[in-house]
Design a protein around this ligand. Structure first.
Ligand SMILES: Nc1nc2c(c(=O)[nH]1)N[C@H]1C(S)=C(S)[C@@H](COP(=O)(O)OP(=O)(O)OC[C@H]3O[C@@H](n4cnc5c(=O)[nH]c(N)nc54)[C@H](O)[C@@H]3O)O[C@H]1N2
Ligand SMILES: Nc1nc2c(c(=O)[nH]1)N[C@H]1C(S)=C(S)[C@@H](COP(=O)(O)OP(=O)(O)OC[C@H]3O[C@@H](n4cnc5c(=O)[nH]c(N)nc54)[C@H](O)[C@@H]3O)O[C@H]1N2
Ligand code: SF4
Ligand SMILES: [Mo]
Length: 882
């Protein structure tokens, strides 16, 4: 047993596990301190990262605290025992199915579940309940890639390996902010570049941190990627870069080329010279890897964008060979595992097709399933639609926060609340989704559970438990299997541990091989408990004949003909059209140090320090025209909803475009739930929502007052706008309101819940300035600064004061001998922007390494190196202009 292996572990030997965040899938060494904490280090032996970790991986130990954990099942908000909760879930699902048929229930699951969790959920829904209604947040993430791969290759296969990123001479990042979202891969590319001079091209309507080290940035019109890659296909043809030999393995070339010729590159809005430069670079560089991510997938033309990229690699034969190929990087730690195990409503399991009667029969026989689903289920957006109109009456959400992350999120929130029976499995009750559940089930979190995950390059790694399950929490697979048993399938879900599930899954995967599919790990069908316990990372396929490696260097595709399929594609603009009422295009995405809805990363002060507040990037010309002032607030409205965010005036976005992060929620900044504005339009092929191209209007949000607060204890803001985040000493918050409180001191006492503490106050009612500092036992408890315009205060200095004597906190300023460090850039060593700028200016430092030598910044995980480079460039610009 795996647990046995942990018990035998000596106290000094770290446990090998996998980072819980992105799809790079870094190996991580965990040393529990025996008091609930863990020390983390990169695993030097893991093939994904060879010891590196990024800022999020390094801070994972700060995200596992138990303070807000859900520790017992709850029904209607009241704690209960497992039997009561699970009997209720099983009864309600069984009754609903009996009355309304299997399609009246649904599961909405997650690419962050372990493969073993996923396997049990999929088996229950597709084999035993007999419906296809299990879909996953991977629908919002990887669905267009899955569809594109299947159209071109016949299966959902990532052809390459991470080594290709180091062996390439040209890396094209399409709709991927790799520097922030897959930082360890980005660092691997930059390290290889030092040796071989790799060129980097970024294709993104926004100038991101990934552009800071790029040789070329194609800042194209949002949604126009198909037109760009069509132009590249024409250039490949005209420039003699076709691989005629390889094309013997490919169907559809003529039609694809004809369509490409008829497309217009000017819709990209790019300078034709720049497009030609890009094409020339591509043509003369054989070893090219095209990395793509959500700028490609999250589009109403997502699958077409994927195929437009694949067309170019197929036509030139640059695929499946060292340093060459299209490379979809996965987002979540087990996005790939979910695709393999059949987490999507339109897949079966092990890359088998739900539409194929032979595949269905084989899986049914393997599972001994009583009620195999005979057709695909509803895809995420349609699935929640069916919940809204009452076709689905019982819904189980596992490991996801759709009330925040699905498009049209306010409607989704109401839909879950109004659903006849909504079950949520989570690790905390404090999420926008968990708050709506009829039944809430406490899951064990990363660090407390065992299983496997698959990363972007098909490497399967173990996650291992190092901490005991808190309270009554149980692993997701165990909860799902228990419900299945209570629904009547006692023997089919009689698993005692993850290894039993893994063995069964590996056994099932031999069907993949049998039907000529790629996903096959059947060599593990009889893996012993002890071997699973010590399993090293390995790349699939894993059969008696073959282990890992690349696909398609010599063709051998998984289509009926064995040949790949190129597709004729034409540019289609985003589904939502700009109109006089909605003249802006809203792009959304990620920041460096937060993970999705922040339920874990917001606990780390180190991670929160990077960008502590939700923001909206807006071009200076638009800001000037609309009267948006620096550090002011803006109000965004779309046909779906409304949001208030801090304005960040920057030419990183093009005029007419806006960018806002996806991370903030009802828990952290209720007016910044950005998916409330996103239109629920999807790609017709993949069903993936267009999360990056909604339309909206923007105007200044004229608050009557603005506030900034720091506190040693949690705050309870009540105002139109607020955003709170953790600091090393407690909390900080930004506030703004439309109505001015009559009594500011009473407001402050409510905010901090300090009815009796001693207060220092400075009030200037005429100017609308108010300041309060609360002390107890000679320590600062909290301070609040109010002004009629965005508050000028040394925020990053003030955030260090709670819990210290801080007699002058009320001044809002740092003493002359303690300069304000500014917003933290290097979260490993806590180095702020001001500190780095001062070093650049006063010491004349001009390289990232020089900054590192002087301040340590950027010398550990390296995630902030692109931003340090940008600061150096910024400091150099005015001088160069002189
Ligand atoms: N720090 C951090 N890292 C993460 C995550 C996280 O939450 N935080 N989440 C993980 C997950 S699940 C995922 S899916 C990945 C996502 O990783 P990425 O896809 O790299 O991240 P995003 O910021 O969503 O979007 C990438 C870029 O797409 C661009 N884009 C928008 N529209 C278009 C377009 O029409 N064409 C092109 N070419 N580009 C466009 C955006 O401007 C943005 O810079 O990150 C993973 N890693
Ligand atoms: N506008 C916009 N929207 C987007 C995107 C975008 O770029 N723009 N990106 C989309 C993408 S790519 C993705 S992947 C999604 C992500 O969207 P979600 O999956 O909805 O976001 P998370 O915050 O990762 O939600 C995970 C939930 O699982 C809980 N959890 C953590 N560990 C466990 C566990 O072990 N067991 C259980 N049962 N629960 C656990 C967490 O507390 C949290 O509530 O967002 C999508 N939405
Ligand atoms: S790159 Fe960072 S977030 Fe992604 S797996 Fe590695 S350490 Fe974790
Ligand atoms: Mo994702």
């Amino acid at each position: 047993m795996d647990g046995g292996a942990h018990n035998k572990r000596s106290d000094t030997a770290p446990v090998r596990s996998t980072c819980p965040f992105c799809g790079v899938g870094c190996g991580i060494l965990l040393s529990p301190d025996g008091q609930g904490g863990i020390a983390v280090k990169g695993d030097p032996d893991h093939p994904a990262n060879r010891g590196r970790l990024c800022s999020k991986g390094l801070a994972v130990g700060e995200t596992i605290g138990l303070d807000d954990r859900l520790l017992a099942p709850r029904i209607g908000g009241e704690d209960t025992d497992w039997d009561t909760a699970l009997d209720l879930v099983a009864d309600r699902f069984r009754e609903t199915i009996a009355q309304h048929g299997p399609d009246s229930v649904a599961f909405y699951v997650s690419g962050q579940m372990l493969t073993e969790d996923y396997y049990v959920a999929n088996k229950l829904m597709k084999g035993f309940i007999g419906s296809g209604n299990i879909d996953t947040n991977s629908r919002l993430c990887m669905a267009s890639t899955v569809a594109g791969h299947r159209r071109a290759f016949g299966t959902d296969t990532v052809p390459g390996t991470y080594e290709d990123l180091e062996e390439a001479d040209l890396i094209v990042l399409v709709g991927s902010n790799l520097a922030w979202c897959h930082p360890v891969l980005y660092q691997r590319i930059l390290a290889a570049r030092k040796k071989r001079g790799t060129k980097i091209v970024v294709v993104d309507p926004r100038r991101t941190a990934s552009c800071d080290s790029a040789d070329m940035h194609l800042q194209l019109e949002p949604g126009s990627d198909v037109a760009l890659f069509n132009r590249l296909l024409v250039a490949i043809y005209e420039g003699g870069a076709l691989d005629k030999g390889y094309l013997a393995q490919v169907d559809g070339f003529d039609d694809a080329l004809r369509a490409a010729f008829s497309d217009r590159a000017d819709v990209t809005g790019l300078d034709p010279e720049q497009i030609e430069d890009f094409c020339r670079l591509w043509l003369r560089t054989e070893k090219v890897v095209t990395i793509f991510s959500q700028g490609v997938n999250q589009s109403s033309a997502g699958a077409d964008k994927v195929n437009a990229i694949l067309n170019c690699h197929l036509a030139s034969g640059r695929i499946g060979k060292p340093g060459m190929g299209p490379f979809s990087v996965t987002g979540q730690p087990n996005a790939m595992g979910g695709r393999e195990v059949g987490g999507l409503a339109n897949m079966l399991a092990c890359h088998l097709d739900i539409e194929n009667a032979d595949h269905r029969r084989a899986v049914r026989d393997f599972w001994n399933a009583p009620a195999m689903a005979t057709r695909p289920g509803l895809k995420a957006v349609d699935l929640f639609h069916a919940v809204k109109d009452g076709r689905i009456k019982a819904l189980w959400i596992i490991h996801s926060n759709p009330a925040v992350t699905l498009p049209d999120a306010d409607t989704i929130r109401d839909t879950i609340r109004d659903c006849a029976f909504a079950v949520v499995s989570d690790i905390t009750a404090q999420t926008d989704t968990a708050r709506l559940a009829d039944v809430l089930l406490p899951a064990t979190a990363w660090g407390e559970k065992d299983g496997t995950v698959t990363n972007s390059d098909r490497t399967i790694s173990r996650q291992r438990a190092v901490l005991p399950a808190p309270g009554m929490a149980r692993p997701d697979w165990d909860i799902i299997a228990d419900v299945a048993r209570r629904m009547g399938w006692r023997h089919d879900f009689d698993y005692a541990s993850p290894v039993e599930i893994y063995r069964e899954y590996a056994g099932l995967s031999s069907l993949g091989g049998h039907f000529g599919r790629d996903f096959d790990i059947s060599a593990h069908a009889t893996i012993r408990d002890i071997d699973y316990a010590v399993l090293d990372p390995f790349q699939w396929p894993l059969t008696k004949e073959r282990q890992g490696g690349r696909f398609f260097a010599d063709g051998q595709f998984f289509t009926e003909t064995g040949r790949a399929q190129m597709l004729p594609l034409r540019f289609r603009p985003p589904e939502s059209k700009k109109a006089p009422r909605y003249p802006f295009r809203l792009n959304t995405g990620r920041t460096r140090d937060q993970w999705h809805t922040m339920t874990r990363t917001a606990k780390s002060a180190r991670l929160a320090a990077h960008l502590p507040e939700p923001f909206c990037e807006i071009h200076p010309e638009d800001a000037a025209q609309l009267g948006v002032s620096a550090a002011g607030l803006v109000e965004l409205t779309s046909p779906q909803g409304r949001a208030v965010l801090r304005a960040l005036i920057t030419d990183r976005v093009r005029p007419g475009d806006l960018f806002a992060p996806m991370h903030w929620t009802g828990e952290t900044a209720p007016s910044a739930r950005i998916d409330a504005l996103v239109a629920p339009v999807t790609d017709p092929v993949s069903g993936q929502p267009e999360s990056k191209a909604s339309v909206c209007a923007v105007k200044p949000f004229d608050a009557a007052w603005y506030g900034f607060a720091v506190s040693a204890m949690p705050m309870h803001p009540q105002s139109t706008y607020w955003a709170r985040s953790r600091t090393r000493t407690g909390w900080r918050a930004e506030l703004a309101g439309l109505d001015t409180p009559a009594d500011w001191e009473a407001y402050a006492r409510d905010l901090f819940q300090l009815p009796d503490s001693a207060v220092q106050a400075v009030n200037d009612p005429r100017r609308g300035h108010h300041r309060f500092a609360f002390h107890a036992d000679d320590r600062l408890q909290a301070a609040l600064f109010i002004a009629p315009e965005p508050v000028l205060a040394m925020r990053d200095y003030l955030a260090t004061l709670p819990g210290t004597e801080a007699p002058d906190a009320i001044s809002g300023r740092a003493p002359a001998d303690r300069p304000d460090p500014g917003p933290v850039l290097c979260s490993c060593f806590n180095v702020g922007v001001n500190t780095i700028m001062t070093a650049i200016e006063s010491q004349g430092l001009v390289t990232v390494d020089a900054i590192g030598a002087a301040l340590q910044a950027g010398t550990n995980c390296g995630s902030c190196r692109p931003e340090i480079a940008a600061l150096i460039a910024r400091a150099a610009t005015p001088r160069a202009a002189e």
